[in-house]
Design a protein around this ligand. Structure first.
Ligand code: SF4
Length: 360
């Protein structure tokens, strides 16, 4: 089995941790979480390790007498693996005693990630919650705080750059209201961070705001990239899986994409496309082609069935299906001159949640 296949199988099936490893994973949160950063040949890949399905995976992590880790498949050693050390900034607290890791965490190899508002207006409203999302679960577990202030984020960002060499930062958020969706608060956060660590690339993720011009203010505040996440090109799938967000039409997302590309440039706007909701290969590939033509980077990921969500018992997509989609989307991306390496900040630059990086 080659390394690409191992990567895709790990991302779909997950892996059991048969030995204790560095404490640098995620549990709950927005979007695809419950994952741990595996370093495979020096490249970070987020691999599910917590859900029931990961416990049934053929893959496991073991260690030898020298403390070196390996991945096994059905008990057979397939490749070495390393884990990112616990970042130094995790040892610090704000002057009010809030641990920095409750404000932001390390993702992949060198990304600082935060969910600015851990509350989402769609999560609590009947019929609006995205079925894959566990955003408020990490609040209940005490792993984070509900709203991070611009000052707290700037303080943690400075420490993460100084102590751990973090290269870029992602601010995602629960949707804060039905008008600007939280974009103006994210602008304040961006400004505060850039005032202290101007060289830290920032990607900001949000739903299309009512006034698309708000994105210009975000650019002026210093954000290099944005993520506006459609998840599926099928309105039926959106109404089933993301019923609240589905009230904003696909056409409106495309308007937001065009405006965002005008402001931030090609390859600096991305969207998560999640495979595993039943959408056909054709619909996914053609949708990704259409947005790539606009200059939007399609960040294709396999569904991560998170614990505590309505999808927790759903199977992750077949790795061979993922491979066909990655190949075709990567080919289209090349035709439109898009590549994860050209992203200045964000999930597209990190790439650890997707296997597409292996195909570009
Ligand atoms: S791709 Fe995005 S969500 Fe995944 S590890 Fe990287 S920064 Fe985090």
């Amino acid at each position: 089995m080659n390394k690409k296949q191992i990567l895709l199988e790990l991302q779909s099936f997950g892996a059991r941790l048969d030995v204790p490893v560095e404490e640098h994973g995620r549990c709950g949160g927005a979007g695809p979480s419950d994952d741990k950063a595996f370093m495979l040949d020096g490249v970070a890949a987020m691999v599910p390790t917590l859900g029931d399905f990961a416990q049934e995976s053929p893959y496991a992590v073991i260690s030898d007498d020298d403390g070196k880790y390996s991945i096994t498949s059905n008990g057979r050693n397939v490749m070495p693996v390393e884990f990112v050390s616990t970042p130094k900034f995790y040892g610090l607290k704000t002057k009010n005693g809030i641990p920095y890791r409750q404000i932001a965490v390390l993702h992949g190899l060198d990304v600082l990630a935060t969910t600015v508002s851990q509350r989402c207006i769609r999560w609590r409203r009947e019929g609006e919650r995205c079925h894959f999302c566990a955003i408020e679960n990490s609040l209940e577990s005490g792993a984070t705080i509900s709203l991070k202030t611009p000052e707290q984020l700037a303080e943690v960002a400075e420490a993460a750059v100084r102590l751990d060499g973090v290269k870029h930062m992602i601010m995602t958020t629960g949707t804060m209201n039905y008008h600007d969706m939280g974009v103006n608060y994210l602008i304040d956060c961006t400004r505060a961070i850039k005032a202290i660590v101007p060289d830290l690339g920032i990607q900001v993720q949000f739903e299309p705001p009512e006034n698309l011009e708000d994105m210009e203010l975000l650019y002026e505040a210093g954000a290099e990239a944005v993520g506006i996440h459609l998840e599926s090109f099928s309105q039926d799938t959106r109404e089933r899986i993301t019923p609240g967000k589905a009230k904003i039409s696909i056409e409106r997302y495309f308007e937001a994409f065009k405006k965002a590309v005008d402001i931030f440039g090609r390859n600096q706007v991305s969207t998560y496309i999640i495979v595993g909701f039943g959408d056909s290969e054709e619909s996914i590939v053609e949708g990704c082609r259409q947005i790539a033509e606009l200059g939007v980077y399609p960040f294709v990921v396999p569904l991560r069935p998170l614990m505590g969500t309505p999808l927790e018992n759903v199977s992750a997509p077949d790795p061979q299906f993922m491979e066909r989609i990655y190949r075709r989307v990567a080919k289209n991306n090349r035709e439109y001159d898009l590549a994860y390496r050209k992203s200045k900040a964000g999930c597209a630059r990190c790439g650890a949640c997707s296997g597409i990086t292996a195909f570009e």
